[in-house]
Design a protein around this ligand. Sequence first.
Ligand code: ADP
Length: 327
Amino acid sequence: MISSTESESVKYSVICRSVSKRYLKNTPFEKIDVQALKEISFEVLCGEIFGIIGPDGAGKTTLFRILTTLLLADSGEVIIEGLDAVKEYKSIRNITGYMPGRFSLYQDLSVEENLNVFAKVFNSSVQENYYLIEDIYRQLEPFKKRKAGQLSGGMKQKLALCCALIHKPKVLFLDEPTTGVDPVSRKEFWEMLERLKKQKITILVSTPYMDEAALCDRIALIRDGRFLEIESPGNIVKKFTHDMWKVHGENMSKLLTDLRLYPDVRSCFSFGDSHHITMKSRNPDIGRLRNFLIDRGHPSIEIEKGEAGIEDCFMELTNDERNEPGE
Ligand code: ADP
């Protein structure tokens, strides 16, 4: 096991070394062994916004529960602000804030009661660190007597963030904070994270939304319990070396099947209102592809060159992994 040195723990808020976790999952017929995390290693710099990006079931929540000392890893080492997650878990809990994916607040307590409870649990008071949550709480204030269970999704999310912040944590863990939240609230939420970063709070945030990845300093792309890549969003996109085309037609599901039948198509994935493709040849004959698709019943086909985004890179990495020998 690699142990952290003193200089590492000063520079890094979070050090995670070779962390693995298995579950035994009960199904109606059998117990299945699920390897939720496989040898995860990464570091998060002090004051960084670090995103963990991946689909449902990738292992994000398991990793967050281990990092917040709520779950023990089967193997590996976790150091938070220089503290060992197993031996010094109580100290870690005092200096971290955790906003779990599912709504974690007391539904029957009002907005202000929830906030007071969270402050008291950490021997703090709302007044002491009010400056940290002021921007967010101002929007909640008109509803401060309302029960948390009766708030809208966006307001619940803001209250949960206030509660995770009220003891002024050094590290904030946000597990899918914007899932199920409307686009305006999502945008506001990320603006809040930027303001918290200026207060030198380290933020680990997980999300299934690739557009949010671009707002992080660095991201880890996770799939099936493994990190595929850790990089800044800009560098991840730069590593996408293939030309990409966006293809749109009337019957999108048949179009996907037909594109995959074309011999020169290297990869093809569906992204919202178009399919993104890369080609095997360096100078592909797009006119020929167009004719092929017209012949297969797509008369009004549109093909245009596109800019690859994080999601394209994620699919590319997943594809590479599947094509690796021995996988
Ligand atoms: P994510 O947060 O990315 O959706 P999770 O960490 O929740 O991923 O889940 C990773 C894998 O572990 C999934 O296959 C999930 O079904 C499984 N899993 C998560 N929690 C448990 C549990 N308590 N018992 C059994 N399997 C679990």
